[in-house]
Design a protein around this ligand. Structure first.
Ligand code: GLU
Length: 487
C-alpha cells in the first residue's frame, strides 16, 4: 500500500484563522496516522489580487509554533515541487494540462466576453437557476480556436460539463454526494492572464503531488463533482475526500477574522499556548472515543479518526478553550512554567521577590497568561482598599474580628525570624486556637491586610513568605491603622 499524502493549501491572504488552522491540523493528523505519511504545504497564490504581503510568513510561523512540521513545501523543497502555484504557472504546467484536457473533451477554449457571461450568470443566480451558458465556442474545432489565439484574440479555458447524467462520489465525512450534471457550472479553468483558477489548479496539483487524501473546508464539497470530472477525463485516480464542517461563532455565523473573531495569533498574544489552542481546535467537530480532554500533538495523531468527524458546524467555545489552556499550564513543570510566565510577571513586579514562589502560587490559578500581570501587581504596590472587604459571611469575619486577629498576628510575626513558608504556617496556625477563632477568621483578614486585594493567587501565608518580614509588617501596620480608625 502506498503512503498517505495530505496537503495544507492556504492562500496567503492574511491572518491564519482558526478554521484554517484546524484544517491544517486535521490534514497533518490524517497523514501522520500513517508512519510513512507525508504532510505537504502548498501555497495557493494564483488569485494575485487577493495576496497580502507577509501572509506567507504568517503561515510558516503558525505551522512552526504549532509544530505542524511539513515534510515537503516551498521552504524545504521536495520531489514534486515547486510548491508555490505562481511558480508552477511560470513552468507552464497548468497550460500544458489544460490543453491536454481540451483534447480529451473535458474543456474548451472560450472567446466570449467574460463580463457579459458574468452578467448573465448573475441574473440566473438571482432567479435561483443553475448557471447554464450555451457557449458557442464549444462548436469550434481545436484548430479553429488555436488559429484565433494565434491571431491575438484573448481567451479563457472553460470546463466542458456533460449536459445530462449525474456525478457521484463518497466523502469520508458527508457520505455519498450525487449531483445532476446540468447543475454544474462550466467554470473558467485558465484565466485570460494564463493563471489557473482554483477549480483547475487544485486537481492538477493534488494529482501531480500524489495527494491521497484531500482535507479541506466543506465550501468545496459542492464543486467536488466538477473536479472529479476532470480527474476522470485524465483517467486519474480520484483522491479520498475529507470535507471539514465549518467552525462557527454561533448557530448562524462562521468564525471569521473578517468579523473581528480571534485569529490564532490573537489567541497566542492573549496568552493561550499554541499546544492548548491546537488541542482545543482538534476537537471542534471531531470527538475522541474516550473522555480524555487533554492531548499532545502525538496523542492526537494516535486518537484521531476521520470516522468521528461530525457533519455539523462546531461552535467555538472560548470558555472551553480557557479551561483547556488552564490545564495545559497546570501540567507544566515548575521551571518551564516560571520561564514562560516571567515576562508577564515582570510587567507589574519589579521588586526583588522570589519568582519561583510567585510562579508556584500562580500555576494552579491563572488560566490565560495575560491575566497574570494584574494578578500579581500587589507585590510591588500595596493598593488602597476598603475596610468593607473585611466583612465576609462565609469566613465569619467583620471589621472587629479582623482587627483582633490582625493585631495578634502582628504581635506574633514580629518575633518570627525563620520566614520560611513552613515556619510561617506552623506559627500562624497557633493563633486560631489561642484566639478561639476559626482558621478563616485569622487567615482571611491577614491575606487582605497584606495584599489589599479581595482575590489573590495564593493565601496569606504564601503571600507573606514572598513579601518578606519587613514588608509584611509594614503592610500589617498600615492595615491595622486603617481598621482601628474605623472600628
Ligand atoms: N487555497 C484554498 C483555501 O485556502 C485551499 C482549499 C484546499 O485545501 O483545497 O481555501
Amino acid at each position: 500500500m502506498s503512503e498517505i499524502r495530505t496537503r495544507f493549501a492556504p492562500s496567503p491572504t492574511g491572518y491564519m484563522h482558526i478554521g484554517n488552522l484546524r484544517t491544517a491540523l486535521w490534514a497533518y493528523l490524517v497523514a501522520k496516522k500513517d508512519p510513512n505519511g507525508k504532510f505537504l504545504l502548498r501555497i495557493e497564490d494564483t488569485d494575485q489580487g487577493r495576496l497580502v504581503e507577509g501572509a506567507t510568513d504568517i503561515i510558516y510561523e503558525t505551522l512552526k509554533q504549532c509544530r505542524l512540521q511539513h515534510d515537503e513545501g516551498p521552504d524545504i523543497g521536495g520531489p514534486v515541487g515547486p510548491y508555490v502555484q505562481s511558480e508552477r504557472v511560470r513552468s507552464g504546467i497548468y497550460m500544458k494540462y489544460a490543453k491536454e484536457l481540451i483534447r480529451r473533451g473535458g474543456a474548451h477554449y472560450c472567446f466570449c466576453d467574460s463580463e457579459m457571461i458574468a452578467a448573465q450568470k448573475e441574473i440566473q443566480e438571482a432567479r435561483h437557476e443553475s448557471f447554464k451558458y450555451d457557449d458557442p465556442c464549444k462548436s469550434l474545432t481545436i484548430e479553429e480556436a488555436e488559429a484565433r489565439i494565434a491571431a491575438g484574440e484573448s481567451f479563457v479555458i472553460r470546463q466542458t460539463i456533460p449536459t445530462s447524467g449525474t456525478t457521484s462520489f463518497d466523502d469520508e465525512v458527508f457520505g455519498r454526494v450525487t449531483v445532476s450534471n446540468d447543475t454544474l457550472d462550466e467554470s473558467i479553468l485558465i484565466k485570460s492572464d494564463g493563471f489557473p483558477t482554483y477549480n483547475f489548479a487544485n486537481v492538477i496539483d493534488d494529482h501531480l503531488m500524489g495527494i491521497t487524501d484531500v482535507v479541506r473546508g466543506m465550501e468545496y464539497l459542492s464543486s467536488t463533482p466538477k473536479y472529479n470530472l476532470i480527474y476522470e477525463a485524465f483517467e486519474w485516480e480520484i483522491p479520498r475526500y475529507i470535507h471539514c464542517p465549518p467552525v462557527m461563532k454561533d448557530e448562524r455565523n462562521k468564525l471569521s477574522k473578517r468579523n473581528g473573531d480571534a485569529s490564532f495569533q490573537d489567541l497566542v498574544d492573549k496568552g493561550y499556548l499554541p499546544e492548548a489552542i491546537l488541542n482545543y481546535i482538534a476537537m471542534l467537530g471531531w470527538s475522541p472515543e474516550t473522555e480524555q480532554e487533554i492531548y499532545t500533538l502525538e496523542e492526537l495523531v494516535q486518537a484521531f479518526n476521520v470516522k468521528h468527524i461530525g457533519k455539523d458546524g462546531a461552535i467555538f467555545d472560548p470558555v472551553k478553550l480557557k479551561s483547556i489552556n488552564a490545564q495545559w499550564l497546570r501540567n507544566m513543570d515548575l521551571d518551564s512554567y516560571e520561564a514562560l510566565i516571567r515576562p508577564y510577571v515582570d510587567q507589574t513586579v519589579h521588586g526583588d521577590f522570589d519568582r519561583k514562589a510567585i510562579a508556584k502560587i500562580l500555576q494552579p490559578r491563572a488560566s490565560v497568561l495575560n491575566e497574570i500581570p494584574e494578578m500579581v501587581d500587589f507585590f510591588d504596590t500595596f493598593p488602597a482598599y476598603d475596610n468593607e472587604l473585611y466583612k465576609n459571611k462565609k469566613m465569619k469575619t467583620d471589621e472587629a474580628v479582623s482587627l483582633k486577629s490582625l493585631q495578634a498576628a502582628r504581635e506574633l510575626l514580629e518575633h518570627v525570624d525563620d520566614w520560611s513558608e513552613t515556619n510561617l504556617h506552623d506559627r500562624l496556625m497557633e493563633l486560631p486556637e489561642k484566639l478561639q477563632m476559626k482558621n478563616g477568621q485569622v487567615l482571611f483578614p491577614l491575606r487582605l491586610a497584606v495584599s489589599g486585594k479581595q482575590f489573590t493567587p495564593g493565601g496569606a501565608i504564601e503571600i507573606a513568605a514572598i513579601l518578606g518580614k519587613e514588608e509584611t509588617l509594614r503592610r500589617l501596620d498600615l492595615s491595622i491603622a486603617q481598621l482601628s480608625a474605623a472600628v
